[in-house]
Design a protein. Sequence first.
Length: 108
Amino acid sequence: MQDSQKDRRYAPRIAAHVPMVVRLLNGSAHEEHTFTEDVSYSGVYFYLEGETGGRREVEITLTLPPEGNSPSGIEVRYTGRVARLEPSSDGRLGVAATFANCEYLARA
């Protein structure tokens, strides 16, 4: 990663493979199931098979793993915006998105 890209980060990222659903807003209701590559309190990086239509608003639902004695994880819905797009060598599209709002949903 280039130094200029590292400088744009607001928070340290943690490598994590967490299931998520991405809905692209402001236009077609495209929805895709994928996994996080890394995540922080301010954003997430993931890959999509399809196109995002540029920097647009997104709704992301993460299924966080169970913790402690809990038998199931919890779903958290974030709204935010695509901050950066990076084509990958395997044809997928790398997406960096920032979080604007957060809502805790029912247990998964």
